[in-house]
Write a protein that binds this ligand. Structure first.
Ligand code: RB5
Length: 160
């Protein structure tokens, strides 16, 4: 049985508009709800603003996950990780993509439109969609320690 459909925020900067459209269609074709947070083709919103919009949606619970695309996938991850409670990774191989969920409960995957071909990106997304974090797994305690660290740094209680 396939895991339940997800609500996925998707965003890119101007390096990835065509790529985002193709991958958004791929997610929708797999039965997931896709919420586009920009940019529109021809727009030039800097990638940190798009990362923040998507990551805030994840932190607020309006999206289960986010897919963020820039030239490298690096700046998007750096920016998304500034939002409290968000764990964003750049991962370009199937094993790391799977482990970003299973080990790290990372809600945000960032891809580089200039470094990963579209067909490989589709395969990475299929691997990403197939897995769910298990809160009863040994990884949960480690993720909780990330949240505790974040909470301590932010002066709050942290979230998982
Ligand atoms: C272009 O703005 C490029 O810097 C951006 O797409 C991304 O690769 C940053 O990490």
């Amino acid at each position: 049985m396939s895991p339940a459909p997800l609500s996925i925020a998707i965003g890119c900067d101007d390096a990835g508009t065509d790529y985002k459209a193709a991958l958004g269609a791929h997610l929708a074709a797999r039965g997931h709800k896709v919420v586009d947070v920009g940019v529109a083709p021809g727009a030039h919103t800097p990638y940190p603003d798009i990362a923040a919009a998507a990551a805030r949606g994840v932190a607020a619970g309006t999206a289960d996950r986010a897919l963020l695309i820039c030239g490298t996938g690096l700046g998007m991850a750096i920016a998304a990780n500034k939002v409290l409670g968000v764990r964003a990774v750049t991962a370009h191989d199937v094993y790391s993509v799977e482990r970003s969920i299973l080990s790290n409960n990372a809600q945000v995957l960032c891809l580089g439109a200039r470094s990963v071909g579209l067909e490989l990106a589709r395969r990475l997304l299929d691997a990403w969609l197939a897995v769910r974090f298990d809160p009863a797994s040994p990884s949960a305690a480690k993720v909780a320690r990330i949240a505790a660290l974040e909470g301590a740094l932010a002066g709050g209680s942290g979230r998982t």
